[in-house]
Ligand binder design. Sequence first.
Ligand SMILES: [Zn+2]
Length: 482
Amino acid sequence: MFPFRRSKRILSAFAALLLLTCAGCLPSAPQSATPVPSNEPVVLAPPSASPLPTPLPEPALKYLFLFIGDGMGPKQVQAASEALLAGGREPLHFLGFPVVGNVRTKNIDRETTDSAAAATAIATGTKTLNGYLGLDENKNRLVEISETLRDMGRKVGILTTVSLDHATPAGFYAHVDSRRSYDMIADDLFASGFDFFAGGRFHDTPDVAEHAAENGYTILSSPADPAESADKLIVSSGLVFGDYGVPPAIDGGARAGWLKQCTALAISRLDQPNGFFIMVEGGRIDYFCHYNDAGSFVAELLDMNDALAEALAFYTAHPSETLILVTADHETGDVSLSEGDRAVLLRQTISCDNCDDTLVAQCVSAQTPFSDALPLFAAAFGLGELTADETAYLKEAYGHTLKGDLPSSKSNEEYGVYEPITSACATLVATRAGLRFGSGAHTGKDVSVYALGVGSEFFAGNYENTKLHDAILQAVAAYPLS
Ligand SMILES: [Zn+2]
């Protein structure tokens, strides 16, 4: 069949590309043999029995990865990609994938979706209302791709950097008509029987430990501390970091590499003869686009890209059995790009949340004068040399912060959701980078899907987000396990 052959070519080409990246490690080819003197007859050696190339095994779709950057529109991807390029760093892994599709994201009754309706569309192939999870607009229960694959014998892992009961991860296991029904969502999580979860902590579920024990789950505080037990696992970052979500990637520290480590642990726990389905969400890209913090959303996107490296390493070892998809549920922030120094997006080293909680709190408490505070903020946001206009802009914002003379709504209007000095620093980063936020909300913009591996050909084209579900099923049917 056509897709069968085409996929093999894609596999071969990409496997060759991956191998080429290691070509420098190989010993160089031997020099040609000493020339034969021309006055002697040339005796041709019998053709050597050169080994036939080992044929690739028949593709069978055993392992599926679905990476979802929440709020990750094409301009978010472009900004991160160009920042890496400007910073002399390795490009985003998924931009090299051989198949790219364009995905429309509207929900069933409006142009702009939320993460619940979008996750439901991707997971079930049915558009629904905002706020609904795993239900159609009439509240009929839908079957999620994760459930279908579980029933086909694959192990299932759901990973996110927001809380485990948040809309996108819940779209792959829950069936409720409100994304805020956290207690019911948690019940559905435990009833799913999925083998691995990783994310922040639960909301309204005080008896999580009890639920977990009853349903055969062991809760871990860290992916670095995997249980020996054969139980199903839940890695809950809240046990270490406290917050509902995993702390911002840009703030580093103990948080660094958390999603990558969880992805590696999921792969090692779920690899079995019938394969797995692993959904990994970069959930805080959306959060920082809502709050117009450009350096922080880029850090979240790069954090998901680091986790993707684990899937790529697995693909390299299992190229004829693995499909990797990278996509988004919708765009957030109405991001546009113009001329600018994208590398400044990589120099910011603090999230606006953390800046408010630490640097601003300390300065306000000590009533630190602007001349002393400015170098601290400039360093945290990687601002370097400041022009007179930039300095004046920060000075005015800092004055408002010290005096606390802007009510939160006014601060929101003039500067953003953070303290005026924090928002002003984030605005300077974005302005220098040539990045502009048109809003603090979701938009109806299209997103992209990047596909690599067995069945990737089903993801080319221009289509509604529901097709992602359908195309996964098509790929699974086209490349069955023997
Ligand atoms: Zn959002």
